[in-house]
Design a protein around this ligand. Structure first.
Ligand SMILES: O=C(O)CCC(=O)C(=O)O
Ligand SMILES: [Fe+2]
Length: 297
């Protein structure tokens, strides 16, 4: 299904649009399965190393990693890195980024030649009382535009954010500041206008499209389960991702369907890239004040 005219209009006017029940459980299950395997392996390794007392095998996906982290603080602080999409390279996750239901919606905004950016994350927002209160996994207000390297400053990049569980205020759902993208300004120093924000609770299956100039944030997770989510970025093929050191892939091409990247190729690209650049390369000459945005809207 494409976005409706109403949804497209909303995206353009508000700088975001929530698409309710866009996905089916089976779409998301394939991502969850990849991460269940990773967490199971982690539990076995930690148990063998004597760092946890049991495997927590009966805990559901939403809580198992949290209970492991209760016992092993190092895992708590490492959580985002070892879960990253390029490190895990799960087949279900790769297939999900090319999910036809999802790409049909993305095509309404990007057009039919779609590239998926390496700037894609699985996030496990851990309960804030873990780690002896030292971190509460808050994401402060920002525009995604500030995370790009210079070559992508003019590029239209769509952030697609979706929960793998239900998200609400208590577990740190997304918050969004509507219409700020209309200012056509990149607030490099995060000196964002003090406008009213909206809290965006979402259910599994819902998806939100966010403009790269739209400020968003998320608060602490005050439950004892993990707020699992995924954020993927899509753009027109041939445009820079702003992360040239890591591989994106061609997710859909109506012109040349044969050019779509295979799972094996994508995996190989990541393995080679991470050998050379295990960590994100910082942007050179990063601006430190708000600047007009002159790129594609
Ligand atoms: O998941 C969150 O809490 C924030 C995510 C975010 O900033 C993004 O997806 O761009
Ligand atoms: Fe963001």
């Amino acid at each position: 299904m494409s976005l409706t005219q109403e949804q497209l209009k909303r995206f353009n006017q508000e700088g975001y649009v929530v698409i309710r029940s866009a996905l089916q459980d089976t779409d998301i299950e394939q991502v969850i399965q990849d991460y269940e395997e990773i967490i199971d392996k982690l539990a076995r390794d930690l148990l063998a190393a004597g760092r946890i007392s049991h495997l927590y095998e009966n805990e559901p996906f939403e809580t198992r990693l949290a209970r492991i982290c209760d016992e092993d603080e190092a895992t708590y602080f490492a959580s985002d890195q070892f879960l990253d999409v390029g490190h895990v390279r799960g087949k279900g996750t790769f297939n999900f980024m090319r999910n036809q239901r999802l790409l049909d919606l993305v095509e309404s905004v990007i057009g039919p030649e779609i590239s998926c950016s390496p700037m894609t994350h699985i996030r496990a927002k851990l309960p804030s009382d873990l780690g002896r209160g030292r971190s509460s996994n808050i994401v402060s207000w920002h525009q995604d535009a500030i995370f790009l390297h210079q070559e992508a400053d003019q590029t239209f990049i769509l952030t697609v954010w979706l929960p793998l569980c239900n998200t609400m205020e208590e577990n740190g759902c997304l918050r969004i500041m509507p219409r700020i993208h209309k200012n056509r300004t990149v607030y490099w120093d995060n000196s964002l206008p003090n406008e009213t924000a909206v809290t965006v609770p979402m259910k599994r299956g819902d998806v939100v499209f966010i403009h790269k100039l739209t400020p968003h944030s998320s608060g602490p997770n005050q439950t004892d389960a993990i707020r699992w989510s995924m954020d993927i970025r899509y753009q027109k093929q041939g445009t820079p991702s702003g992360r040239s050191f890591w591989p994106g892939f061609d997710a859909r091409s109506r012109l040349k369907p044969d050019s779509e990247t295979s799972y094996e190729t994508w995996q190989d690209y990541w393995i080679i890239a991470l050998e050379k650049y295990p960590k994100k390369v910082p942007r050179k000459n990063r601006p430190n004040k708000p600047l007009p945005y002159q790129g594609e809207m």
